[in-house]
Ligand binder design. Structure first.
Ligand code: LLP
Length: 421
């Protein structure tokens, strides 16, 4: 359930009409609904009720400061994967003890930044990384709380580019090596083992793979405790999928996911942590774009939009489907036409959809890409020197620009021509 619904013939974000936002801010623009974000966060909170837990929002999915601040006020922690994301979480007011640092390639500078600013835990992904953190922390005279990310060799049955829990993926250490790696972690100076971490992939649309992975983690908890480690926290990652279309793909509900967590690890006496991104942010945002031209081609008609693959790369990168809906409500049962929906970028990959049945549309009309809140704005670039897409947050009947559209001057000002040229 989200808060993008038609009212009096106009698509609304909560109580604000999207055409009003387009008129005020221009297009393309991402629009988020605060109510939807909070609702989705609340579903996880409800699902984990009764368990000692922390929901760490996956900052990579949507990293605008206003969004992080909104969630932080609800008590959310943050899962970050770079110094930049760490800085964002801190700038949004998230205390260090609610920030988890994930990722396979943390640099020593990033480790130092987090140790100085405060950190809940580092999720370590390899022995070399573990040794580096030990050196950095002991050099600073501090102790870094750590988990090791284990790779449970489970098939998440999702898109290959976003599956992370198979043994051939670059993530974590093989679960069969865990005892050895934990023994080394416990022996290294500057590290304190606090738990285990696992994350098997994104956009999972069944619970089976989670169940397999969490059972393995539960077994490992017992083994590592028997080895003398104080395993008091389990980080179970993110990955719960969302419906991208109204028809197929019915992902599990957070409540069922929560029940699964309780069933698999609920009686271990651990604090449970999860790192959802897409389920909180995905259906909380749309990309609003305007039709520039309707071009009648040979055997196909093109809807040429002012939004492009640099603004929303998921269709080009993963063949992802996003529902595309007109902002002016189409007549029920009205005629449709098949359009190839494309952007203005100079490559054929700049295609959002092929032969998509849409109501009659004309130049100047607005469309919204649904389910674009997660991995939308954060993956945007300035390819073709198109200014980075702006972002707007709606709450009730008001909205605010939470990231300005850069001017051409700002776009150019970051470059410099060396004086010797
Ligand atoms: N934790 C870790 C360690 C992760 O690597 C990820 C996502 C998450 C949590 C959050 O997963 P979520 O709940 O959002 O599924 N750009 C791709 C998705 C990449 C996901 C990467 N890792 C896309 O647009 O589909």
């Amino acid at each position: 359930m989200d808060h993008f619904l038609y009212r009096d013939g106009r698509l609304m974000a909560e109580d604000v009409a999207l055409d009003d936002i387009a008129a005020a801010v221009g297009t393309p623009v991402y629009v988020y609904s605060a109510k939807t974000l909070l609702r989705h966060y609340g579903l996880f909170a409800q699902a984990l009720e009764g368990l000692d837990h922390l929901i760490c929002f996956s900052v990579k999915s949507l990293s605008n400061l206003a969004i992080l601040s909104l969630l932080a006020r609800e008590g959310a922690g943050m899962d970050v994967v770079s110094g930049g994301e760490y800085a964002r979480a801190r700038a949004a007011g998230v205390p260090g003890e609610r920030i988890v640092f994930s990722g396979v390639g943390k640099t020593r500078e990033e480790m130092r930044l987090a140790l100085e600013g405060g950190i809940r835990q580092f999720n370590l992904e390899s022995e070399p990384e573990m040794r580096a953190l030990s050196e950095v922390a002991s050099g600073m005279g501090v102790v870094a709380p750590v988990t090791v990310r284990v790779n449970p060799d489970v098939d998440a049955r999702t898109h290959a580019k976003i599956s992370t829990g198979k043994s051939e993926n670059k993530f974590g250490i093989p679960i069969r090596k865990a005892r050895e790696v934990y023994a080394e972690a416990a022996a290294l100076p500057g590290l304190e083992v606090v738990g285990i971490d696992v994350h098997i992939g994104s956009q999972l649309i069944e619970l089976g793979p989670f169940e397999q992975a969490y059972r393995k983690v539960a077994d490992l908890t017992a083994t590592l405790r028997a080895d003398g480690h104080d395993i008091r926290r389990l980080d179970l990652g993110g990955g719960l999928g969302i419906p991208y279309t109204r028809s197929n793909e019915v992902p599990p509900l957070p409540l069922d996911y929560g029940a699964l967590i309780k069933r698999t690890v609920g009686d271990l006496g651990v604090e449970v942590q999860i790192e959802p991104g897409r389920l909180i942010a995905g259906n909380s945002g749309v990309l609003l774009s305007r039709v520039i031209y309707v071009k009648e081609g040979e055997g196909r008609d093109f809807l040429i939009l002012d939004g492009a693959m640099n603004d929303l790369v998921r269709p080009a990168m993963y063949d992802a489907w996003h529902d595309i809906v007109p902002v002016a409500e189409p007549a029920a049962g009205g005629a449709t036409r098949d359009f190839d929906v494309v952007g203005p970028i100079c490559e054929s990959g700049d295609t959002f959809a092929r032969a998509r049945p849409l109501p009659e549309l004309a130049a100047g009309d607005l469309v919204a890409f649904r389910s674009a809140g997660a991995y939308g704005a954060v993956m945007a670039s300035e390819y073709n020197s198109r200014p980075l897409v702006p972002e707007v947050l709606v709450s009730g009947d008001h909205f605010a620009v939470i990231r300005q559209r850069p001017t051409y001057e700002e776009l150019i000002a970051r470059d410099s021509i060396p004086e010797w040229l």
